[in-house]
Ligand binder design. Sequence first.
Ligand SMILES: Nc1ncnc2c1ncn2[C@@H]1O[C@H](COP(=O)(O)OP(=O)(O)OP(=O)(O)O)[C@@H](O)[C@H]1O
Ligand SMILES: [Mg+2]
Length: 237
Amino acid sequence: MLELNAVAVRYGHHRALEDVGLQLGQGELVAVLGANGAGKSSLLQCIARLVDPEPGSRLRFDGCDLLRLQPHEVVEAGIALVPEGRGVFGELSVQENLRLGAYARRARASQAQSLARVLALFPRLGQRMAQSVATMSGGEQQMVALGRALMSCPRLLLLDEPSLGLSPLMSGELFKAIVRIKALGVGVLMVEQNARKSLAIAERAYLLGNGRVLGSGAARELALDPAVQAAYLGGGV
Ligand SMILES: Nc1ncnc2c1ncn2[C@@H]1O[C@H](COP(=O)(O)OP(=O)(O)OP(=O)(O)O)[C@@H](O)[C@H]1O
Ligand SMILES: [Mg+2]
């Protein structure tokens, strides 16, 4: 479904991504692990067309060349990004945030079904529809962010550090919700520093370091790999 080859991103003289290759199949849950500054957000922003990659980078989604698309056309193609820091509108209510998520043409007709799906995933949001998002807890805000992305009827969700800043209990709940989203047939590409929890729910993972893919494989095997444990699982939650 998603296929990246030789992807490079540069900010001035700084190379944030170099020769990155990555595949994600229909409905697959794939994690990208990496330390601060590894290039994780740049990778997702590049797929969402918010950052231009270097010439020679190839990014395809269902056979379509992503480089020909504007950011809003990427959403229409079925890719939704939940950015780092969530990207919700704090002054607006839960309901308004969710409605904004259904702005894409592809989403308008099925808005009612999408809302039902989001509220089934996050019943707590149903009780808080009129609450302004700024007054919600971090975990609740992340639910709004995920819900808003789901309202665009994505076939692929890009999640940038969904568990950042959440308590272990809340991040556990969130990871369970991500598993349920995958079970709905939505592909998920998730970048995370929480390697242990990510590897527990992902099918495959990529290890990103200094902008390069340092390794990849089945999540279950990576979790048992001593080198991975030393680099990514040391003392983590
Ligand atoms: N707009 C920008 N201008 C200049 N440099 C940037 C820009 N965005 C990112 N970088 C640099 O590119 C590198 C990769 O950044 P990126 O945000 O992709 O990393 P990350 O893995 O998401 O890090 P974090 O875990 O801290 O979110 C970093 O060294 C960062 O300073
Ligand atoms: Mg980041």
